[in-house]
Ligand binder design. Sequence first.
Ligand code: F6P
Length: 382
Amino acid sequence: MISPSTSDPIGSDLDPNKPRIGILTSGGDCPGLNAVIRAVAKTGFWMGYEILGFLKGFEGLIDPIQYAILDPVNTSDILSQGGTILGSTNKGRFGGRAGASGRAEIPSEIIDQVRHTFEKLSLEGLIVVGGDGSLTTAQQFHEAGLPVVGVPKTIDNDLSCTAYTFGFNSAVLCCSDALDRLHTTAASHSRVMVLEVMGRHTGWIALHGGIAGGGDVILIPEIPWSYENVVAKIEERKRLGRDFTLIVVAEGAQLPDGSLVSQASDNLQVKLGGIGHVLTAELEQRIDQDVRCVVLGHLQRGGGPTTFDRVLSSQYGAHAMRLIVQKKFGDMVCHDPPHILSVPISEAVGALRTVDPHGSAVITARAMGICLGDTPGFVNPF
Ligand code: F6P
């Protein structure tokens, strides 16, 4: 993480002649965060702005205020780096609590402290790089009259109003790479391999990673499935002379009885994970074949961004600066291919963007004979 300013009093190292904005990264990290930070630092520099990077998500905004002055030099070598030089958290004073509206409400005294920081540091705007939860916080800043813009981040690709969040493509690569590796060992040992991937309550990573990595069965939250149908696919492959099977299961896929497999939960969200092992144990009872489980976990969030995510993150960062200059506060950058545009943050948060069970990726999977777990055999989707 970059070192915070040690100026005393706080803000005494700032340039009084420059307009100034802030940027922070919040929530779970993902590949491409540093590419956004770099794009904002560079774009802002050329536009004559001073850019403050607040540390540890929203926490750096309030006592103790923690920022680093970003410029093209101290952000020059971070394009390909995973994580975030600003640090991040999905806990702390901005974790919020479920209010009457059902959203995580930030206490008014916390928002007042943020307002004080804006005034103290003469911030003309703040770029919040985050997923659904962090952008809900940004929306509350906007409703309180603070000038914010949003950038959609998450490996889950579950934010509304944008075709892609950055980080998703990198996570899909991680998933397909894992399947490539599992393929050879599964084939060598005639095994069934179960790969559990992230994605929270949507199946984007499982579906795209599964197609990209040659999965035979893909189980996602949007399509109910049964053990019988999965077993039927394994047996069908055997009849075709393929005595191994690759199964991709999204962490948020419900079991056939409708339940989610989770490890724990706090007041705000369920901590998903474990369905891979449940599925593996059940298949071991039902088939006469070795079954092994791999949980891909946080590997999907680590490492550097793909070239697609580097370009997308750079476009998002530059466009966020454009929104600041145009004073389009309360908006979130979005990708409406081939355009980079913006929409009100309020439209993007709140409703998950789920996989369309009748969309082109699902149709493609079905057409190639990939089992989605809802039919016992091939069904022509065209
Ligand atoms: O939202 C990104 C994500 O990686 C999800 O796919 C996953 O369910 C969750 O975050 C894991 O969160 P944590 O890092 O808190 O375990």
